[in-house]
Write a protein that binds this ligand. Structure first.
Ligand code: ACO
Length: 323
């Protein structure tokens, strides 16, 4: 029997501490005006000391399960996208699995940095389509505040901490309304490894390292690759930009998002933007934005939602979902 993945629930969590541009401008040679104009960011959340990626992930997961009317024991797959795991190993997903009371199935991490949520969603969708799992929890969770060089104004102003999660259930594609993930499109170009990376890791140095980025080059490639991958997703489903109800992009820079919106011919009110309040939360940014737009009533059952993201690797992708 053919199977597809339907979204059954959605949740998110942000740490309490808000760090504003103005506070950053007191410590660094930057300004609220520069950060807003170049990126659209106004503030970001920062995890408390001792608050780990797994803590954020667990809270988002609990909320997603609650909206789905499910508990951890109903799950048979947990895929967690993160570039900031609690430990080098085991997977942060394993810790979250135990805290959720999920005792069966598999739990593992996926690492595609800011594109991680799309990659994790694709992995879970494939497992559900193949009948390897009947229900899955897909989480994007990050504590980027721990890998930032707080003396480097060109990177530390850009990122924030947070987590978001989706619950997926396997359904028959004949289900009324065709509400399921239509397709996922993944790409990587490892030749661009050095334009966005963390300068540490267990195999190369003794420390976990700090984020380094050639921002202008990442920006240029992001606009190109994201334009191409949204076209690819629409073509694969014989759709056009006019069919999209909501664009839910990775929130790296409002100028990148605006250019993708223009390419799709979408008015700004059809684009879910959280960058002003959340900054770039890497793998968490898309599920955080989804949760916001679902809870405030914008995204409704049956809407066509397009998600896209690009991050270190470079890796990028898009997913189309009939919500
Ligand atoms: N405040 C004030 N001035 C700054 C700051 C700051 N926080 N940061 C940089 N500047 C200065 C630079 O030093 C430079 O000064 P100079 O002209 O005297 O040399 C000037 O501003 C312009 O710098 P650019 O880097 O050219 O600025 P740009 O307009 O490209 O904006 C930015 C930088 C915001 C980083 C942009 O390039 C960007 O958003 N890039 C893409 C980021 C992205 O998409 N990342 C992918 C996901 S992240 C992930 O995967 C982990």
């Amino acid at each position: 029997m053919k199977l597809r993945s339907q979204v059954a629930g959605c949740g998110a969590y942000l740490p309490e501490r808000i760090l504003t541009n103005r506070e950053l401008a007191e410590r660094l040679d930057t300004s609220d005006e520069w950060i807003r104009q170049r990126t659209g960011i106004g503030e970001r959340r920062v995890a408390a000391s001792g608050e780990l990626t797994s803590d954020l992930a667990f809270r988002a997961a609990e909320r997603a399960l609650s909206t789905a009317g499910m508990s951890g024991s109903d799950l048979d797959l947990l895929v967690l996208a993160t570039a900031t795991p609690d430990n080098t190993f085991p997977a942060t997903a394993a810790k979250v699995q135990a805290r959720l009371g999920m005792t069966g199935g598999a739990a593992f991490d996926v690492q595609a940095v800011c594109a991680g949520f799309i990659f994790a969603l694709a992995v879970a969708d494939n497992a559900l389509r193949l009948g390897q799992a009947r229900s899955a929890l897909v989480i994007g969770a990050e504590t980027f505040s721990r890998i930032l060089d707080w003396h480097d104004r060109s990177t530390c102003v850009l990122f924030g901490d947070g987590a978001g999660a989706l619950v997926l259930k396997a359904v028959s594609p004949t289900t009324r309304g065709g509400r399921y993930i239509l397709s996922n499109h993944l790409h990587s170009d490892g030749r661009q490894y050095d334009i966005l990376y963390v300068d540490g890791g267990p195999s190369s140095t003794c420390s976990s390292g700090l984020l380094r980025m050639e921002g202008r080059e990442v920006f240029r490639q992001a606009v190109q690759h994201l334009s191409d991958v949204v076209d690819e997703a629409l073509r694969a489903n014989e759709l056009t930009g006019a069919d999209i109800d909501w664009l839910v992009p990775h929130q790296a820079n409002s100028r990148i998002i605006d250019s993708i919106g223009r390419r799709l011919g979408l008015p700004p009110e059809k684009i879910v933007m959280t960058i002003e309040r959340h900054a770039n939360t890497s793998a968490a940014s898309i599920p955080l934005a989804l949760e916001l737009a679902v809870s405030d009533g914008r995204i409704k059952a049956g809407d066509l939602v397009l998600m896209e993201a690009l991050g270190g690797g470079l890796s990028w992708g898009a997913s189309l979902v009939r919500w």
